[in-house]
Design a protein around this ligand. Structure first.
Ligand code: ADP
Ligand code: ADP
Length: 222
């Protein structure tokens, strides 16, 4: 059922000033697609990702996720479908520094519906599948950038989301490590996940099946 966006607008209000960040976006993303979003700084990429990820709502227009009209959901229901369908990965990893790799993934897993023991087992499996079986007890500051991003990916997939949203996931990594992280997203996509990635790096964008270009709040197929 994927993602369907119709006549979507997003404005921010600062005092008397209204900035229209997204202008009449129409977009569908089918299940299993791998989409790259490119565009200059300030063009609205993160705003669009936040709306797709149900962290924010449009000012006008419609957004359907997995067949549900998110405009008809209250904040609690919106958070619920976010936890069920969406996994987030960020440029700066956003791991909790006081917790180990395993705990970071487990904490996210506890938002699912499984008992803690099962969550721990799944977290270990997810981290091991990403080559981190020897880093479970390490804290973020003891991990390299690539390792931190792999922990963040394990955290993003622990509740089996259908859609993975990654905002500049390679932006803090050197190009070799960035490639390795990209290969993880490609692999997840081959296994059926929808992947949407914001990137400044055209070499990364070219690996996607589809490139969207945002300029001044207008989204076009590239
Ligand atoms: P935000 O959405 O937070 O405003 P941007 O999308 O503008 O941030 O940029 C995300 C990150 O990418 C920033 O930390 C920025 O330093 C970095 N960045 C911006 N332009 C480039 C570029 N041409 N190449 C690589 N990284 C870039
Ligand atoms: P990008 O990710 O392409 O760099 P963003 O979506 O982060 O772009 O931002 C698009 C525009 O929206 C920018 O001009 C930014 O200043 C503005 N903006 C983003 N978030 C807010 C906010 N919460 N309040 C007001 N303006 C915002």
């Amino acid at each position: 059922m994927g993602i369907a966006i119709e006549s979507l607008h997003k404005s921010y209000k600062n005092g008397d000033e209204i900035t229209e960040v997204l202008k009449n976006v129409n977009l569908t993303v089918s299940d299993g697609e791998f989409v790259a979003i490119i565009g200059p700084s300030g063009s609205g990429k993160t705003t669009l990702m936040n709306i797709i990820g149900c962290l924010d709502r449009p000012t006008r227009g419609k957004y359907l996720l997995a067949g549900q009209d998110t405009g008809k959901l209250n904040d609690r229901m919106l958070a619920k479908i976010r936890n069920k369908h969406i996994g987030f990965v960020f440029q700066s990893f956003n791991l909790l520094p006081q917790y180990t790799a395993l705990e970071n993934v487990e904490l996210a897993g506890l938002y699912g519906n499984e008992p803690p023991r099962k969550v721990k087992e799944k977290a270990k499996e997810a981290l091991s599948a990403l080559g981190l079986e020897n880093r479970l007890k390490y804290k973020p500051n003891q991990l390299s950038g690539g390792q931190k991003q792999r922990v963040a990916i394990a955290r993003a997939i622990i509740n089996s989301p259908s859609v993975i949203l990654a905002d500049e996931p390679t932006g803090s990594l050197d190009s070799k490590t960035g490639r390795e992280v990209l290969d993880i997203f490609k692999d997840l996509n081959r296994k059926g996940k929808t992947v949407i990635i914001v990137t400044h790096d055209l070499n990364i964008a070219r690996e996607a099946n589809r490139i969207l270009n945002i300029k001044d709040g207008i989204v076009e197929e590239a």
